[in-house]
Write a protein that binds this ligand. Structure first.
Ligand code: HEM
Length: 181
C-alpha cells in the first residue's frame, strides 16, 4: 500500500508536466525546469532516507525513489537531445564541451544511469562501492542547477543548503566509522 502511494507521488511531477506543457511559452525551457527540479529534489529525498530513518523508516523504498530521480534525469537529457539539439549528436558534443554547466550535468547523468543499471540485487552486490558516487552527483547537480541560472533564487540556495546538510551527515557517519576502527 505504502509502495503504491510513494510510486504515484513520484509520478505526479511527470503527470503535471504532461498536463501543463501545452500552455508553456517556451516548452523546451519549461521541460528542462520541470524535469531538472524533479530529478534533483527526488535525488535529495533518496539521500535523506538514511538520516531520517529513526523518525520514519522508508529505506526499503530507496531503490525505487533513486530510479525515479534517474527517470526525470533521463527525460531532462531526452529534452536536450531530441527537442533542443534536434537529434544532432555533434551539437550535443559541442554544447557539452563548450559549456561547463552542461558537462557537469552530463557527468552526473552518466553516473546516475550507471547506478540505475547496477541497482538490481545481483549487480548491486558487485558495484555497491561505486554507488557512493551519488554524493559526487549531488555536488555536481547542485552546481549545474545553480550555473544554469543568471541569478540564484531561494530554490538554488535551498538546494545548496540541503546538499551541505546531507554531506555533513555523510562525513559524520564516516568519522564515526573511522573512530570505531
Ligand atoms: C544529461 C545531462 C544534462 C544536460 C545536457 C542538462 C542540461 C541542462 C540545461 C541546458 C539546463 C538549462 C535550461 C534552461 O534554463 O534553459 C539545465 C538546467 C537544470 N538541470 Fe540539467 N542537464 C543535465 C543533467 C542534469 C541532472 C542529472 C540533473 C539533476 C539530477 C539536472 C538538473 C537541472 C536543474 C535543477 C536545472 C535548473 C532548471 C531550472 O530551474 O530552470 N540536470 N540542464
Amino acid at each position: 500500500m505504502k509502495k503504491i502511494v510513494i510510486f504515484i507521488a513520484l509520478l505526479l511531477p511527470f503527470l503535471y508536466l504532461l498536463w501543463s506543457v501545452q500552455s508553456a511559452n517556451d516548452p523546451i525551457k519549461y521541460i528542462f525546469t520541470c524535469t531538472g527540479q524533479s530529478a534533483i529534489v527526488i535525488l535529495m529525498i533518496s539521500l535523506s532516507l538514511a538520516p531520517i530513518k529513526k523518525i520514519i523508516n522508508l529505506l526499503k523504498y530507496r531503490r525505487m525513489i533513486g530510479l525515479f530521480a534517474c527517470f526525470y534525469a533521463l527525460l531532462h537529457f531526452l529534452n536536450f537531445y531530441i527537442l533542443d539539439a534536434q537529434l544532432d549528436f555533434s551539437f550535443v558534443v559541442k554544447e557539452t564541451l563548450d559549456k561547463p554547466f552542461v558537462y557537469l550535468g552530463m557527468i552526473s547523468f552518466v553516473i546516475l544511469f550507471f547506478m540505475a543499471l547496477t541497482s538490481t540485487k545481483k549487480l548491486f552486490a558487485k558495484f555497491n562501492k561505486w554507488h557512493k558516487l551519488v554524493y559526487v552527483v549531488l555536488v555536481l547537480v547542485v552546481i549545474h542547477a545553480s550555473m544554469a541560472q543568471k541569478v540564484l533564487s531561494s530554490l538554488e540556495y535551498s538546494f545548496i543548503f540541503i546538499a551541505i546538510i546531507l554531506l555533513g551527515y555523510r562525513s559524520f557517519l564516516l568519522r564515526q566509522k573511522f573512530l570505531q576502527k
